[in-house]
Design a protein around this ligand. Structure first.
Ligand code: SAH
Length: 477
C-alpha cells in the first residue's frame, strides 16, 4: 500500500502530464479542432471535480486541474463547444496527490484521484453544502480510513488488441477502445487477478470476444463479486450464446489457478444495449450465489441483484441512517428501493414491522431468502415499482411511521413522493447516491409539510466524484 501512495510524481510534473495528455488524447479523438494554446489559472471546481478556468470571456472546464494551479492548456472547438486539456502544469497545488497507478486516468472512473484524500473530502463537502443550502448545513462527511481497493465488484469487457489477441478491460471515455485495467487503485486486487486469469484462459481456449457491431464472437464480459468479510468469490462469465465449447475444462483450469473461487456462472446476454448482464444464467460451479456479512447479518448475493460496492462504508451509512430513524421497536417501516433488503433487515431488529419494495425480481428473491437466513420474522418484501406500491399503500390508508428510501441516481418520482406525503410518516430517511436529485426531491417534500432535520454525507466512492448523502425529514406538526 505504501508504495501505491508514494510512487511517482515528485519533481517530474510535466512528464506526468505528458503521459496524461497522451492517454487523454487517444481516448477523446472526438473532442474537436485544436484552436489555441494558452496559459490559464484554475479558479474553482465543478460539481464533477473539473477545474474551472476563464478563456476569451468564456468559462471552460479542465479535467484534473486544481484551484490555484496555473497550466498551459490546449483549447479545442467542437461545434459551439470549447474544451480545454492540460498540456503542461506550471505550478502545483498542495491538494495534488502523488501520481497514482497508470491506467486509471484513462478509464475516467476515478475523476478526482489527482486530489489528496483530504482535498477530495473538502471538495465533496462543498458540493453537498452548496446543494443543500436551502435546507440547512450538512454534517461533516464520513470518510474512509483506507480509501483504496474498496470495490467488491469488478466488471471488465472483452475485446481485441492491435495484434488481434483477446484482452479485457474498460472502455475509454466516449469510445469503443478497451483499456486493460489491471491495477486500479479502487478495485479489489484479488478480483483483478482472477479477471486476468480468465482472460489468459480465454486466449488459450481460443475463445473469441463478442463484437457489438458485427454480432460475431462469444465472450462479452467477466464480472467478479467478492464477499469482503466472508472471503467468498463469484465469477460470472457473460457470453453472447449458451454454446460454451470446452466449458468443463475452462472451469477446471480456472478453479485450479484460483481454488478460492466459491461459484462460477455463465450469463447469456443477447441484448444490444449497454446492460452487462442478460436474463438467462447457468451455474457452472458452486451454488450460484455468495454470502457477505453487513452490520452483523448475513446476506446472500446473486449475480444480478444490486449490492453496495463499498461494504466498509456501507456499514457506516446504514448505522447512521437507522440511527436517524430513531426506531424504538414498534414502528411500521417501509424500505423503498430496498435491493436485497439490507437496510430493512438491519432496521428490523429495532422496528415493529418492515415492508420492503423493489423492482428487481432477483433482488426481492434474495431479500426474502435473507430474512429467512437471519431468522427475521417481521419483514416482508414485494416486487413492484416503488411509486406504484406507495400509491397503493396510500389508497389503502395504511399507517406508516418511518420510510427509508434509497432510489437510483435519477431520484424518486412524483407518484412516490406524493403518496409518501399522503401516508404522513413521522420520519423519512432519504439515502441518495446523487445529491442533485436528492435536493430536488427534498424541495418537493419541504413544500408539502416536511422539515429537513439532519443531513449526513458519506464517502462511499473515494477517488471518484460520486457522493452519497442521507437526509432525515420529519413531519411538521
Ligand atoms: N437500498 C439498497 C439498494 C439501493 S440501489 C441497498 O442499499 O443496497 C437502488 C435500488 O432501486 C436498486 O436495487 C434498483 O433495482 C431499485 N429500483 C430502481 N428503480 C426502482 C423503482 N422504480 N421501484 C423500485 N425499485 C427500484
Amino acid at each position: 500500500m505504501s508504495k501505491r501512495k508514494n510512487n511517482g510524481f515528485k519533481k517530474r510534473p510535466n512528464k506526468q502530464f505528458k503521459n496524461q495528455n497522451r492517454q487523454a488524447g487517444t481516448g477523446k479523438q472526438s473532442q474537436g479542432k485544436k484552436i489555441a494554446t494558452t496559459e490559464v489559472t484554475c479558479q474553482g471546481l465543478t460539481s464533477e471535480g473539473k477545474g474551472i478556468v476563464q478563456w476569451d470571456g468564456k468559462q471552460l472546464e479542465v479535467e484534473q486541474l486544481l484551484p490555484g494551479e496555473k497550466a498551459e492548456v490546449t483549447i479545442y472547438k467542437k461545434g459551439r463547444f470549447f474544451n480545454a486539456e492540460i498540456k503542461r502544469l506550471i505550478n502545483f497545488s498542495d491538494d495534488r496527490a502523488r501520481q497514482p497507478k497508470k491506467y486509471d486516468d484513462e478509464c475516467g472512473g476515478c475523476q478526482i484521484q489527482h486530489m489528496t484524500y483530504e482535498a477530495q473530502t473538502r471538495f465533496k463537502q462543498k458540493v453537498v453544502d452548496d446543494l443543500m443550502k436551502p435546507f440547512g448545513k450538512p454534517e461533516p462527511i464520513i470518510t474512509m480510513d483506507h480509501p483504496y481497493d474498496y470495490r467488491n465488484k469488478n466488471v471488465m469487457t472483452f475485446g481485441l488488441n492491435k495484434k488481434r489477441q483477446i484482452i479485457s478491460g474498460l472502455y475509454a471515455p466516449n469510445s469503443h477502445r478497451i483499456i486493460p485495467m489491471m491495477g486500479s487503485i479502487i478495485h479489489d486486487p484479488k478480483a483483478d487477478e482472477i479477471i486476468q486469469t480468465v482472460t489468459d484462459l480465454a486466449k488459450s481456449f481460443k475463445l473469441q470476444p463478442y463484437n457489438e457491431d458485427t454480432g460475431q464472437g462469444f465472450l462479452r464480459h467477466v464480472m467478479v463479486k467478492v464477499g469482503k468479510k466472508s472471503g467468498e468469490i463469484m465469477v460470472v462469465i457473460v457470453a453472447a450464446s449458451p454454446m460454451f465449447k470446452g466449458k468443463k475444462n475452462f472451469v477446471k483450469a480456472l478453479r485450479k489457478d484460483h481454488p478460492e473461487i466459491s461459484t462460477i456462472l455463465l450469463n447469456i446476454n443477447q441484448r444490444n444495449d449497454s446492460m452487462v448482464l442478460g436474463d438467462q444464467e447457468k451455474v457452472l460451479f458452486g451454488k450460484g450465489t455468495i454470502i457477505d456479512t453487513l452490520c452483523g447479518l448475513e446476506f446472500e448475493i446473486s449475480a444480478k441483484s444490486f449490492y453496495q460496492i463499498n461494504p466498509v462504508q456501507t456499514e457506516k451509512l446504514y448505522n447512521e441512517a437507522i440511527e436517524m430513524a430513531g426506531l424504538i421497536g414498534k414502528e411500521k417501516v417501509v424500505d423503498a428501493y430496498c435491493g436485497i433488503g439490507t437496510i430493512g433487515l438491519v432496521a428490523s431488529k429495532k422496528a415493529g414491522k418492515v415492508i420492503g419494495v423493489e423492482l428487481n425480481n432477483d433482488a426481492v428473491r434474495d431479500a426474502i431468502r435473507n430474512s429467512k437466513r437471519n431468522g427475521i420474522q417481521n419483514a416482508r418484501f414485494y416486487q413492484a415499482d416503488a411509486g406504484e406500491y406507495m400509491t397503493q399503500l396510500a389508497a389503502q390508508g395504511e399507517n406508516i411511521d418511518v420510510v427509508f428510501l434509497d432510489p437510483p441516481r435519477s431520484g424518486s418520482d412524483e407518484a412516490f413522493l406524493s403518496s409518501l406525503v399522503k401516508l404522513k410518516p413521522s420520519r423519512v430517511v432519504y439515502i441518495s447516491c446523487n445529491p442533485e436529485t436528492q435536493a430536488r426531491d427534498l424541495k418537493y417534500l419541504t413544500k408539502k409539510g416536511y422539515e429537513v432535520k439532519r443531513m449526513q454525507p458519506v464517502d462511499m466512492f473515494p477517488q471518484t466524484s460520486h457522493i452519497e448523502s442521507i437526509a432525515l425529514l420529519t413531519k411538521q406538526s
